[in-house]
Design a protein around this ligand. Sequence first.
Ligand SMILES: NC(=O)c1ccc[n+]([C@@H]2O[C@H](COP(=O)([O-])OP(=O)(O)OC[C@H]3O[C@@H](n4cnc5c(N)ncnc54)[C@H](OP(=O)(O)O)[C@@H]3O)[C@@H](O)[C@H]2O)c1
Length: 429
Amino acid sequence: MRTRPLKVALLGCGVVGSEVARIMTTHADDLAARIGAPIELAGVAVRRPSKVREGIPADLITTDATALVKRGDIDVVVEVIGGIEPARSLITTAFEHGASVVSANKALLAQDGAALHAEAQENGKDLYYEAAVAGAIPLIRPLRESLAGDKINRVMGIVNGTTNFILDKMDSTGAGYQEALDEATALGYAEADPTADVEGFDAAAKAAILAGIAFHTRVRLDDVYREGMSEVTSADFASAKEMGCTIKLLAICERAADGGSVTARVHPAMIPLSHPLASVRGAYNAVFVESDAAGQLMFYGPGAGGSPTASAVLGDLVAVCRNKLSGATGPGDSAYAQLPVSPMGDVVTRYHISLDVADKPGVLAQVATVFAEHGVSIDTVRQQGKDGEASLVVVTHRASDASLNGTVESLRNLDTVRGVASIMRVEGE
Ligand SMILES: NC(=O)c1ccc[n+]([C@@H]2O[C@H](COP(=O)([O-])OP(=O)(O)OC[C@H]3O[C@@H](n4cnc5c(N)ncnc54)[C@H](OP(=O)(O)O)[C@@H]3O)[C@@H](O)[C@H]2O)c1
């Protein structure tokens, strides 16, 4: 074993960074044995230097992250600051000054992954980011390496623990959205401003990363269709239950049936209780992968939290250090397939539509005609009368999102349709 240590610069020492530092210290001997050389924490960049950081020698702390990555003797930079800047510039500087990079930064990778990969390659360095998607769950490496010989057709997952906690609460207790969100905030599962989670921005960033890797194609954040889950109601859960379903916020990356294009989207959807993703409870994450040869695979585990996320970061750190010692780099960016990313209108799935209609003869026929005119075939219809008004629940066969939108627009123009109470996609059947 080499005795000269590999030097690691840690950028950020918050929820994730402090756990990375702790595990690096407490597991030092095992990590050294697995890598083939000891690793040394050479510096820790933070914003507030006076904060007490247990287990980290004060002389390693700096507020000058740029100077740390420019030192020239750093082998690996671990970026766990988050956000776009200064994380992006620091990573670029790290590559230019001879370091490989491990990051947990989904926002940055989704926005600038292609450019960062290009910079890593130009400088002959590694860029690893297992922790950026679904925390501790090994996903990027299985997609990129274990399934490199297969053809992935679909990646569908619960990749945000906050929203899964809220939806699970609504499902299991009958709580409304706000009540469930308040509980998630009180328990520390939701941030003070939960927008990034509940409006699906966080999941969309992960979908862009997953789709790019799964389909060897450039998928930008803007390519991902996004709908949040703040509009999901207790009534939606009641409807889902009647269908033997529950509701999850899903990130879905799909190859079109003809293989010529891909789509990526994030939205709430009903899934059958028999689907493996339906039993993912609380703040857990899970990703269901379908491929030609392997068939169906499911990856499950804690999608966030300091220690779980640090596990993924440390796994990357070991891999990057091993590469460094062998003089190699790991698999980089792969976008050779260059498949076009189709708009949401091209997505084909089933829909659950709840309408408020006048309770009089002929309404059902009128509604059915509108569906037929748009080429959307109805699977089931359920009608319930209440004081001259009625609710009509229609579940369709598979249809394109564009056809469904056209149908809903025409339904809104019918005198007998008082309103469209909810529209939800039905997945996983
Ligand atoms: N938390 C999770 O469960 C989780 C899960 C998966 C991925 N991630 C990702 O991991 C990354 C870190 O998340 P986190 O939860 O650990 O964040 P965090 O607790 O807010 O920690 C951020 C750290 O970065 C430091 N920092 C901020 N701006 C800085 C700057 N300009 N220069 C130097 N240091 C700076 C902060 O310093 P101070 O300590 O002085 O404030 C803090 O130590 C993010 O990209 C996040 O998306 C987090």
